[in-house]
Design a protein around this ligand. Structure first.
Ligand code: ATP
Ligand code: MG
Length: 454
């Protein structure tokens, strides 16, 4: 490796939150070196909003624990403590400069030895993440040519890329996430190493894979992330069901030679444009909404995709469980996938059915999904516009609650006992109320007497 210490002056000051300044000052007053390091320095140079701060220091972990008595010390053996900030983000990470020992499970080093900044930079993943910022002199310590790579917008592994990906396979996905979130390119040698190490991603826990993928899907270019994951041969390992959409002919196809895969890429990019702030569940539902097509296409001998949304819902259930999304998230993704074609039925729906659909928890996300799907196919926004305007009516308070004209007690007074018929009567009355065919309690009681009392 040709790392060497190089100091680069910064042309503008790094504005730091008070808790970061105080921590840096405390370390400095105790006679120690304290630098900011990693993503916060990268994002400062790019001019991006900073998510969290990390400090690297030559103070040893025992001293860190004394200086920061409130710290969480679970990572102390690795030289890391986490100090509660009392604000967002909740923790500030402070770590002693260190060098990693051998990696044994493609994820974590067996241990660390405390060292200086040069070794500490060398254990980090990409050159853009290996920079230190010295707040005292307003300079950057660049041992890995990271400043130049940031200027060129390049993601390059520190050291030998192939070795670095073998050590810790999570870096494979981090590279893709950074590329699609920062709009950088991946250095060719680094990209080649990702491809050749792609299968190692199976050694990484589902939770870490899930978090990286979620960050890609909720970012500005989920379609680009999909394309890149596939090109780098990671997609067949992490989401083979989505890779399988390649080459499946889209029916109907609105563009020549369009397969389901290219429709999906277009659709998720469209969603990102139309709904920049979207939940993880909406983003996952978009990625998974077509996975039923290959199965159904074979069943229907390539004639149509009838029933593909139900097949997709089954697969989405399996995939989200495999990737350890929470129970609630899984349920939401499955519901969105299963219902993603429902909006095309709104003009034929009974008013009561429509009202129920509009009031579903996931309806707004369903609307966003439908809109993006439509814009990536036939462009017919009639269903979208109709549903949006009906939803607005509800939101504007003209139809806040479903009025309850009668309840179980009224039925008991009429001589009914709780059971299936009981529920059927209440559902019927609710439907007729939603359709405004019944508007008063008297009308509802009369309807029950006429139609259900024998
Ligand atoms: P962001 O917080 O925006 O996702 P980041 O680069 O700050 O990006 P963190 O996970 O917060 O990522 O890690 C902080 C720093 O720790 C990184 O910038 C990098 O220097 C180092 N780092 C994190 N994960 C790894 C890894 N798997 N291998 C090597 N170094 C890593
Ligand atoms: Mg970070």
């Amino acid at each position: 490796m040709n790392e060497q210490e190089k100091w680069v002056r910064v042309d503008r000051p790094f504005q730091l939150p008070t808790y970061v300044r105080e921590a840096l000052q405390k370390l400095s007053e105790s006679g120690h070196v304290a630098y900011l390091v990693g993503g916060c320095v990268r994002d400062f140079l790019i001019g991006r909003e900073i998510k969290d701060y990390d400090i690297a220091t030559d103070a040893n972990p025992d001293l860190l624990c004394k200086l920061f008595p409130m710290a969480i010390t679970v990572g102390k053996a690795f030289g890391v403590i986490k100090v509660p900030t009392g604000t967002q983000p909740p923790l500030l990470e402070i770590a002693t400069f260190r060098k990693d020992l051998d990696y044994h499970d493609h994820r974590r080093p067996e241990g660390v030895v405390f060292s200086g900044p040069l070794e500490d930079a060398s254990r980090r993943d990409f050159t853009m993440n290996g920079l230190f910022y010295d707040p005292k002199t307003n300079r950057i310590l660049d041992c890995v040519e990271g400043v130049e790579d940031i200027r060129r917008k390049v993601i390059r592994a520190i050291g030998n890329p192939s070795v670095r990906f073998r050590e810790d396979a999570l870096r494979l996905l981090r590279a893709v996430r950074f590329k699609t979130r920062l709009g950088f390119s991946i250095d060719p040698e680094t990209a080649q190493a990702i491809r050749s190490r792609a299968r190692l991603i199976s050694k990484v826990s589902s939770e870490r894979i899930r978090d990286e993928l979620t960050a890609m899907w909720t970012g500005p270019h989920p379609g680009e992330a999909l394309t890149l994951l596939s090109e780098l041969e990671l997609l067949p390992v992490v989401l083979p069901e989505v890779e399988a959409l390649k080459g499946v002919v889209q029916i109907p196809s609105y563009h020549p030679n369009e397969d389901v895969w290219s429709h999906l890429i277009k659709m998720v990019e469209m969603l990102a444009q139309q709904t920049p702030q979207r939940s993880a569940t909406l983003a996952w539902a978009a990625i998974l909404h077509e996975v039923g097509k290959p199965v159904v296409s074979i069943k229907n001998e390539g004639r149509n995709f009838n029933g593909h949304e139900l097949e997709a819902a089954k697969l989405a259930d399996k995939i989200t469980q495999r990737l350890k999304l929470s129970g609630n998230e899984t349920q939401r993704v499955v519901a969105l996938v299963a219902d993603h074609l429902k909006l095309k039925d709104v003009f034929q729906m009974r008013e009561a059915t429509l009202q129920r659909l509009l009031r579903e928890d996931h309806f707004e996300e369903l609307l966003a999904l439908h809109r993006a799907d439509t814009c990536a196919s036939d462009g017919n926004l009639a269903y979208y516009e109709f549903c949006s305007s009906r939803l607005n009516q509800i939101k504007n308070g003209s139809q806040i609650e479903i009025p309850k004209l009668i309840d179980g007690r009224d039925l008991i007074q009429l001589g009914f006992s709780p059971g299936p018929l009981f529920s059927e009567i209440l559902a019927t009355i609710e439907d007729l109320t939603l359709e405004k065919k019944l508007t008063t309690q008297d009308q509802a009681l009369e309807y029950v007497i006429k139609n259900f009392v024998r």
